[in-house]
Design a protein around this ligand. Structure first.
Ligand code: GLV
Length: 326
């Protein structure tokens, strides 16, 4: 077995580590239970053949320089890969992989969990109940929004957006979506209608974001868009924080321009924008869209399979830059 120099930037679930141990004889790994600083990553990857990175690691030209000429593959433990400078890796013929497919349902499920939590005020009610404030049934206590029969607006109808929309079947909803291409399965199975964004902001009761972060989707939702939404609308974001201008969102939540928001992702993770934690109409989760035991194991395994394939000269299943495969 050829001994490769592999660096893993943080502990991942065991199935991924196990595969690399079995197939490559071992690895080096970040010994701390925290994200490494850029200088720490640069130091750690020196002389590496492969890096298994997380979405919290910025893998840029400086890291690639540090790794040196032997670096063959960067296997990201995430479906999103905006943390990696892909054009730079491609220029250097370094393969880059991600982990699509295995986290689709789990992320869509968290988007629904957020939607329900905000609509029925689950988190606030829980705090109220456990703090001893519940003194008896009250006809006006914690009134929220119905879900069945309402209009669902999906922004980005790729894998996760499609799955999220299909999960609405039992709730008999009118589904609007916005995406580059028509989505046949949404149209056939739900009678969903492709619309422009303005219509979607104005007509949806629930808006869920499922776009990749790029120059087009950066701050897709600002004050102007929030003002177009219904005052009863709920905004859900499980994609990337920077799709929303968070300062504008805090303003909208404080002034009740919309009913509430469910957020799993933030512009400057793990920092939260000033004022957000004071918004009782927001439910906030710590980027746990794919965080189930089963799915995180699958992600780790898939990232490891991609890494092992790349080192062994095979084309990794989830290669993002085929030009780099030689
Ligand atoms: C999670 O956000 C991912 O990109 O996998």
């Amino acid at each position: 077995m050829k001994k490769w120099n592999i660096y893993i930037t943080r502990k991942i679930p065991e199935p991924g580590l196990d595969l690399i141990r079995k197939e490559c004889g071992g690895f080096r790994i970040n010994p701390h239970n925290r994200v490494l600083k850029p200088t720490e990553i640069q130091k750690a990857v020196q002389g590496c053949d492969a890096i298994l990175s997380l979405l919290t690691d910025k893998i840029d030209a400086a890291v690639m320089d540090s790794a040196g000429d032997k670096l063959k593959i960067i296997a990201n433990h995430a479906v999103g890969f905006e943390n990696i400078d892909l054009p730079e890796a491609t220029r250097r013929k370094i393969m880059v992989t991600n982990t699509p497919g295995v986290l689709t349902k789990t992320t869509a499920e968290l988007a629904w969990a957020l939607l329900f939590s905000v609509a029925r005020r689950v988190v606030d009610s829980d705090r109220y109940t456990r703090s001893g404030k519940f003194k008896g049934w009250d006809p006006l206590l914690f009134l929220g929004q119905d879900i069945s029969g309402k209009t669902l607006g999906i922004v980005g109808a790729g894998r996760i957006g499609t799955e999220f929309a299909l999960m609405s079947k039992g709730f008999n909803m009118r589904v609007l979506y916005n995406s580059r291409r028509p989505n046949e399965s949404l149209e056939k199975e739900l009678g969903a209608k492709k619309t422009d964004l303005e219509t979607l902001w104005k007509e949806s009761d629930f808006i869920s974001l499922h776009v990749n972060l790029n120059s087009e989707s950066f701050h897709l939702i600002r004050e102007k868009e929030l003002k177009m939404m219904k005052s009863s609308a709920i905004l859900i974001n499980t994609s990337r924080g920077s799709v929303i201008d968070e300062k504008a969102l805090v303003k909208a939540l404080k002034r009740n321009w919309i009913f509430g928001a469910g957020l799993d992702v933030y512009e400057k993770e793990p920092e939260l924008v000033h004022g957000l934690t004071g918004c009782g109409n927001a439910v906030l989760t710590p980027h746990t869209g794919s965080a189930s035991f089963q799915t995180r194991s699958k992600i780790a395994l898939l990232a490891a399979e991609n890494l092992v394939a790349g080192l062994n000269g095979q084309r990794p299943k989830n290669l993002l830059n085929p030009e780099s495969f030689q």
